[in-house]
Design a protein around this ligand. Sequence first.
Ligand code: UD1
Length: 420
Amino acid sequence: MDKFLIEGGNSLKGEVKIKGSKNSALPILAATLLCEDEFVIENVPLLRDIFTMKKVLEILGVSVFIEGDRVKVDTRGAVGYEAPYELVKQMRASYYVLGPLIARLGRAMVSLPGGCAIGTRPIDLHIRGLKKLKANISITHGYVDAYVTKLKGSHIFLEGPNGPSVGATINVMTAATLAKGVTVIEGAAMEPEVEDVANFLNKCGAKIEGQGTRRIEIKGVKKLHGCEYKIIPDRIEAGTLAVGAAISRGEVFLKGAKKVHFESSLNKLKEVGADIIVEKDGVAVKMDRDIGSTDIETAPFPGFPTDMQAQFTALLSLSDGISIVREKIFEERFMHVMELVRMGADIRREGDYVVVKGVPYLYGAEVMASDLRASAALVLAGLSASGTTIVRRIYHIDRGYENIEERLRKLGARIWRQEE
Ligand code: UD1
């Protein structure tokens, strides 16, 4: 197991190119299962989760070749229908093969993902949506067991108690591309990744309209074909590095970042005193003032993303006031809080929110990463802390950030990976 060693105190300065979106790349790779053909997917980030998806596809009989940030996929020939627990437990997003497999084969056995550090994360909406398309689904021996002769279009309301679901919208939309007739998804997630997957599917011959809105309409087609497609930039990576610039009182140009994808994070950064300059080819973030306080409530897109909550909590722990950060999507997503407290932060949890009382500085400590974004928050805290921070269990961060230490070092950070 590797760990990060961080010597805090240096400001991040310079330019960094934003990698492709993990949360687009995963469902797009899974959606190649919909037809028998060849695909070239560009701008794919080289992350642990992508390698896990490669393994899932390979176990189903698909060939996947990674050449830099281009991934060639060949789905010709027979494919299997079972995604085993061994892989799904490593990465929840493996369930993205469910929709494509039922649509192509009329059969899928996908392991239930099980527990998660940030909340219960049920998949009832995925199942509800696919059942509406007339799939027969049961849960047996820890697996979602699905079969159908032919999926049929339907009118589906897909919201749950916490609002729309990115994963369910994508799974149901993907399956519906090959259903007989028209499917309408109301209460669809509007996240840019949903739009990206729909654009990819349309390039493969699907007929999807309304992506990026609450109502998506899918006219089923008989067959899809392969294509070349370029993934959108990762808005969460861009947001994390933007917070890195702010927390370290630096100045970073996020090359390739698209303002519309992470405007809610940029607005919060402005509120706490950062300067944001939007250029044609990216976004610059500069912080040369004291960090101000603000309140945050996570919400579905275009609201403030839950995937940026931990990083902003780290930032606000160094503000000159009191902030309230409320988590409305994943109830247990506060694992970073106690680790930040170990670095000197003054944060108190009250149910679904935390009260963050700014302190003048954080100090280095040994801390433990618990999930992907929590680990990013600890790295950011370490960059600004006085002294040495050791972040353990960084395999979490490798799931979602490509070569983060090398890229932070290029911006002036003192961060090294060490074997335990
Ligand atoms: C995706 C992202 C994750 C992000 C999340 C919310 C990927 C691989 N992951 O996760 O990084 O934090 O969106 O933006 O893209 N829910 C149900 N029933 C379901 C499905 C979801 O109740 O069947 C609930 C969830 O518990 C949560 C809310 O709906 O409270 C939103 O979750 P969802 O959008 O589905 O998250 P994921 O797609 O799993």
